[in-house]
Structure formats: structure tokens, C-alpha cells
Ligand binder design. Structure first.
Ligand SMILES: Nc1nc2c(ncn2[C@@H]2O[C@H](COP(=O)(O)OP(=O)(O)OP(=O)(O)O)[C@@H](O)[C@H]2O)c(=O)[nH]1
Length: 218
């Protein structure tokens, strides 16, 4: 499965390369790979671009899947983000196997003005959970297009209840009007990812560290 151009933005701005497919490389605590998943037109590109450039352009290339590199400071630590703005094909919300394998965490987006996108996201979440075999997964749920209050089809309460059932943060955002909440959404997922990696590492250290010591002493 081909993936669109990889762009490098932010403080580490540089050139661009074509990546033929998504490779899973082990990432350090200072790196977070984030896949933005959601139904067609919910604002995946608008949110990704808003986070990285702080701008809202209005119209985005809907034929490409873009991967952005961006580095910034979160809670006093330099973090290197890779953000994959997926494309929803055949109502899959972008949740293909290579995407699910590649990412450290997921931004799950629906549009508050489209109930169908909310229902599709719940199916996508099940797919993510099955793929990760029930392991706790860093996720943040976003209800986008909150500026279009008069067209709302999903209540704040419904979004919050869904996120609560997953034990993850929930934020209503507007990619078109707000940069603060969008930034906070990505930062909070970044925190979840770092916590998750720390917990996984200490678990492996306990298990394999002890095993290693046994071997040495025998
Ligand atoms: N009013 C409003 N419009 C938005 C917002 N976010 C995105 N849009 C608009 O919604 C449309 C779709 O946005 P995209 O970012 O292309 O959505 P997408 O999920 O990436 O779409 P696909 O790549 O086709 O799956 C565009 O016309 C955006 O300008 C928002 O917060 N408020």
C-alpha cells in the first residue's frame, strides 16, 4: 500500500522523500508516531495541518495520504512527532493493517455534524482493539467541527461517554477556528504514548531483566 509524500516541518524542517510503504521501526521515548483515523471529510487533514503549521487552509488534497515530521517541546521535553494523515477508503476510516502496526497511538476523529462518522468511528475503534489484541492503546477521541453548532448531530455527552468507555481523553475541537485545543489534543496523546512506552519498558525490564540475571548467576 503506497503512502504519500513524507514532509518534514517545524523546527527540523528539511527535504521531502517518497516512502513506498509504512515501516515499523522501534521508536524512542522522544518519538511519537501518530495515525489520524476517521471517516471521509471529518477533518483529518485539517487537524494534522493545524497542529503542525498552526494554520487552517480550508481545502486539502483528498487523494493523498501524507506523513508529516514535526518536532516541538511537550512538558519541557523535545518530542519528535510523525503524524500520518490517513485517507478513508471504503469506509475504513484509514485503519489499514500497516497503519495500525506503524502507529504508537491514534487520534480517532468524528465530525460533530455527522452522526454516521461517529458510528463509523466506533467500528474503527473495535478494529483497532482487535488488532492490538486488547492491550491498552494510547488514543484520543476528537469531535471536530464544533464551530458548526447549528448543524450538530452528535452531542458533547455522547462523545464524552464513548471516550470514557475507552478510558481515554476526549476533546471537542474546531480545526477551522481553534489552535489551542487541537494542539492540546496531540500533546495529550503524546503524553499517553510516552506513559505507555515507559510502562511497557519497565514491564519488559522486570521480566527479561530478571531472566537475564538468572542466566548470569547459573
Ligand atoms: N467548519 C469547519 N470545517 C472544517 C473543519 N475541519 C475541516 N473542515 C472542512 O471539512 C472539509 C474536509 O476536511 P479534510 O481535512 O479534508 O477532511 P479529511 O478527513 O482529511 O477528508 P478525507 O481525506 O477525504 O478523508 C474541508 O472542506 C475542510 O475545510 C472545522 O473544524 N470546521
Amino acid at each position: 500500500m503506497s503512502v504519500g509524500p513524507e514532509r518534514t516541518l517545524g523546527e527540523n524542517a528539511g527535504g521531502s522523500t517518497i516512502k513506498p510503504y509504512l515501516k515499523r521501526k522501534k521508536s524512542s521515548l522522544g518519538e511519537t508516531k501518530i495515525a489520524v483515523l476517521g471517516a471521509e471529510g471529518v477533518g483529518k487533514s485539517a487537524l494534522s495541518v493545524r497542529f503542525i503549521t498552526k494554520r487552517f487552509i480550508g481545502e486539502y488534497d483528498q487523494t493523498a495520504e501524507n506523513k508529516y515530521k514535526y518536532s516541538t517541546v511537550v512538558d519541557g521535553e523535545q518530542m519528535a512527532f510523525e503524524v500520518l494523515d490517513t485517507r478513508s477508503l471504503n469506509e475504513d476510516c484509514g485503519a489499514r493493517e500497516d497503519v495500525l502496526r506503524w502507529a504508537d497511538g491514534y487520534v480517532l476523529v468524528y465530525s460533530v455534524i455527522c452522526r454516521k462518522s461517529f458510528l463509523m468511528l466506533q467500528e474503527t475503534q473495535k478494529k483497532v482493539e482487535e488488532f492490538r489484541k486488547g492491550a491498552s492503546i494510547p488514543i484520543v477521541v476528537l469531535g471536530n467541527k464544533s464551530d458548526l453548532a447549528h448543524m450538530r448531530q452528535v452531542t458533547h455527552e455522547e462523545g464524552r461517554t464513548f471516550a470514557e468507555s475507552l478510558g481515554c481523553p476526549f476533546i471537542e475541537v474546531s480545526a477551522s477556528e481553534d489552535v489551542t485545543n487541537v494542539t492540546e489534543a496531540f500533546h495529550s496523546l503524546c503524553r499517553e504514548i510516552v506513559d505507555f512506552k515507559r510502562r511497557s519498558r519497565s514491564f519488559f525490564d522486570r521480566v527479561f531483566g530478571a531472566f537475564g540475571k538468572e542466566k548470569v548467576s547459573s
